[in-house]
Design a protein around this ligand. Structure first.
Ligand code: ADE
Length: 366
């Protein structure tokens, strides 16, 4: 296994690699994660000791990992759920590194046919971590192969058809499946029940994100003071991935428009230019709220209608935009549809009586 410290990514265009590795591996990436040297732009923590936040989750996994290592066993299957950008992939990579093993990365939508999943499962080496992102998007046919693979480390599949049909029982190496999803509710009970370890990742506090920003700034060799880091953290919607992205944007602004150093004023100016407001809402969050407020009088509005009016994907609104707006109490999900709360309406300057005053013909404000 190469140990460059970077993930090996093979694309469909890479014909030579495709021929070398076979179709099954094309659906996944075998990550070389054991090196201690971070890639130039890699801000992800590489060990549990570097991980900031999610204390309960991290403590529990550390115990499970240590115990498995002590027994010389593989780690039980684990499921991580929660909004995007909170560290589901990062924690899985740390697990594989701490277990001193390899992480094979794939996703629900990539595993289209049963042959795809059988191919990947049969390629697992003892102790490998198979990481399936967006596991809620597996087809039912593919999911069924996981049941015996997870429970008994074997897959049964049929080759040929009619009189030539034959069942093959394929034993597998003992591996660990890590599933990651933004929608735990969409997982079928039989699949959910096969994960011995289940963890929910929640939004980070501003204090935790201030630490993340400070740590990342030091890796990127960016000069930032505490109030500057705090401004970025408080506008990152509880999400480290956003905090790191905003840090990079503020760094660029500081470099081009200021003297390179980030303080609270520079951070606030830069984020204003980026269209990120004091609560961290960006243009898409505000477009959602304004569409709900102005086009639908604050709701209730169905998600399909909202997505069509805002010209956005339903899934983006459900997975990326709504969770934080729900968390800060700007919207509610009701059986009749989405509703903006009065604080949500006020945030986009919509009159609270808008429910009655709405002009159905009026388009979104942005
Ligand atoms: N970078 C992104 N997420 C992080 C975390 N939870 N801890 C430290 N650095 C991070």
């Amino acid at each position: 296994m190469p140990d460059s410290g970077r993930e090996r990514i093979v694309t469909g265009a890479d014909d030579e690699a495709r021929a070398e590795r076979g179709a099954a591996e094309m659906l996944s990436e075998r990550a070389s994660i054991n090196s201690e040297a971070p890639g130039m732009n890699d801000l992800r923590p590489r060990r549990f000791t570097e991980y900031i936040g999610q204390r309960q989750v991290v403590n529990s996994i550390q115990i499970a990992v240590e115990a498995a290592k002590h027994r010389g066993d593989t780690l039980d299957h684990a499921l991580f759920h929660g909004p995007p950008g909170l560290g589901k992939t990062t924690i899985s990579q740390i697990i594989a590194r701490e277990m001193d093993t390899t992480l094979v990365h794939t996703s629900g939508p990539a595993l289209e046919r049963p042959a795809d999943v059988v191919g990947i499962l049969s390629n697992q080496k003892h102790g490998d971590v198979l990481f399936i992102d967006e596991i809620h998007r597996l087809s039912h046919a593919v999911e069924e192969y996981l049941y015996s693979a997870m429970e008994d480390y074997r897959v049964d599949f049929i080759t040929g058809s009619g009189a030539f049909a034959k069942t093959i029982n394929l034993p597998l190496q003992k591996f660990t499946l890590i599933g990651s999803t933004t929608r735990a509710g969409m997982l079928s009970p039989p699949l959910r029940e096969r994960f011995a370890l289940t963890y929910h990742l929640d939004y980070y506090s501003v204090e935790e994100l201030t630490h993340v920003v400070t740590r990342s700034a030091s890796i990127l060799s960016v000069a930032i003071d505490q109030p500057g880091a705090n401004v970025i953290a408080s506008r990152s919607r509880g999400t480290p991935r956003i905090a790191n992205n905003l840090l990079r944007r503020v760094r660029d602004y500081a470099q081009v428009r200021r003297e390179g150093k980030i303080d609270d004023a520079v951070a606030a100016e830069a984020l204003h230019v980026e269209g990120v407001d004091e609560l961290g809402l960006d243009r898409l969050d505000r477009l959602y709220l304004e569409t709900l407020a102005r086009n639908y009088g604050g709701g209730p509005a169905g998600i399909n209608a909202l997505a069509a009016s805002a010209n956005e994907e339903v899934q983006t609104l459900e997975d990326v935009v709504e969770p934080f707006l729900l968390k800060i109490g700007f919207i509610m999900r009701t059986p009749q549809g989405r509703r903006a709360t009065s604080s949500g309406m006020l945030h986009v300057g919509a009159p609270l009586s808008a429910a009655r005053a709405t002009d159905a013909g009026q388009g979104p404000l942005i």
